[in-house]
Design a protein around this ligand. Structure first.
Ligand code: ZN
Length: 421
């Protein structure tokens, strides 16, 4: 997806914010500097690129919250030792926007380099357990104006498959999944945000469709959440959230489903705010696995998971491609990135590891396909590093399908699956 009218990076103004007209917006550059004179690969806080002209297209916008103040988030992104950055940060009190990284460069915001390669990251000042106290109307409105502008410029669809949260980004390796962030968390009002984007999410309705979209009513469907430090937990005050809980069986007292990364001992999921095991979120879509009375099972993380789904209450008919393991396969691997096969790399560029996560998809299960494409990897080192083929996009023959897998996205090899429709 190349945009012919985009000027090359060299021709663009270096210190002008990329924002819609009328939005309070300024540019304050993130650090781009080496951090260890003896190590040319030690640098922060982002990678230079020329997206999308260099072939690395911008497909997603990732929504975050800072977990610290606006000023300290900006200061962190201006310290090369932090190693992290975002394209934009938005202030809670009035919606002021600070851009730190140009959209054509790759910010280090998602904790997953493949998603960084293909996304823009927007941080919102806030602390997710405090939710709505930080997520002000001024901030929602500024963010929505910015996202509309960016989506139009880069032809990013205004849907939940492409406007996603940090908590939906998968880990790159089995060991990395448990540490993935879960912002902006349960108190981000996706339905309101998509209203402001001019692309309202569907409203709840009854359907026999094979795909459903999660659409609880933010202020009405109150779900329990707890905040814990170690084993000391407190119940968070009842308030609107984007959460629907998933159970192992179709009844309210059945255990919550437990994710193997967070519960390697097989124990159930919990209502801890940090435990995303059993949470489906507003705007996410899944394939129906079964129905029992007013309960509906969806395929979720390699198992059926049940949600309390009274008619017209928390789900709407969804749509999309249906993906299932090819006949003859008992289970297929699941990945956290769409990196190329080793043979796609020239000898000058070290290959990014292709590592299956600890999940599999057993035969017979069906997941929603989000995107399909060739595997790719943007090789970038510090600009002046003595690295051959620095800033090169490697594209493989391997094709992957991005799926709505559990609380997070995942990838399966196109060779492993059939697309049912
Ligand atoms: Zn984040």
């Amino acid at each position: 997806m190349l945009i012919g009218s985009e000027p090359s990076a060299a021709a663009r103004p270096a210190h002008e914010a990329e924002c819609p007209v009328g939005l309070a917006c300024r540019f304050a550059p993130a650090a781009y500097a080496r951090t260890d004179p003896s190590d040319p690969d030690a640098y922060g806080d982002y990678d230079r690129a020329d997206r999308p002209r260099d072939g690395d297209d911008i497909r997603y916008i990732v929504i975050h919250d800072t977990e610290e103040s606006y000023d300290s988030a900006i200061a962190r992104f201006q310290d090369p030792h932090s190693g992290v950055s975002a394209h934009y940060v938005i202030r809670s009190s009035d919606g002021q926007v600070t851009q730190l990284v140009h959209t054509w460069d790759i910010a280090h915001h998602a904790g997953n380099y493949w998603f960084n390669m293909h996304s823009l990251g927007i941080e919102h000042e806030g602390v997710l357990v405090d939710g709505a106290r930080w997520y002000t109307e001024a901030m929602y409105q500024a963010s929505a104006r910015l996202v509309r502008y960016l989506a139009a410029r880069y032809h990013i669809p205004l849907d939940r498959e492409h406007i996603l949260s940090h908590e939906e980004i998968p880990g790159l390796t089995p060991g990395g999944v448990a540490g993935m962030h879960y912002d902006p968390g349960p108190y981000w009002d996706w339905a309101h945000y998509f209203d402001l984007l001019g692309a309202p999410l569907p409203t709840a309705g009854v359907s026999a469709a094979p795909v459903l979209t999660i659409v609880p009513r933010f202020d009405i469907d109150i779900e329990p959440l707890r905040s814990c430090v170690g084993e000391a937990c407190t119940d968070l005050p009842p308030q609107g959230s984007n959460v629907v809980y998933l159970h192992t069986e179709p009844r309210a007292d059945a255990p919550l489903v437990g994710d193997p990364a967070l519960h390697p001992d097989g124990s159930p999921g919990t209502t801890r705010v940090a435990d995303w095991s059993a949470r489906a979120v507003t705007g996410q879509s899944f394939v129906v696995a079964g129905r029992s009375g007013e309960w509906t099972a969806i395929w979720f993380g390699g198992r059926p998971a049940w949600l309390d789904d009274p008619p017209g209450r928390v789900s709407a008919p969804g749509h999309g491609a249906l993906i299932t393991p090819r006949p003859g396969r008992s289970a297929i691997p699941v990945y956290g990135a769409a990196y190329p096969e080793d043979s796609a790399y020239p000898p000058t560029i070290p290959a990014a590891a292709v590592v299956p996560l600890r999940y599999t998809i057993p035969a017979g299960q069906v997941y929603l396909g989000v995107e399909r494409g060739f595997a790719d990897y943007y090789y970038a080192r510090f600009d002046s590093a003595d690295a051959q083929d620095n800033h090169t996009l490697v594209v493989g023959d391997r094709r992957l399908v991005e799926i709505s897998f559990n609380h997070r996205r995942a990838f399966v090899d196109a060779a492993d699956v059939l697309i049912l429709r």
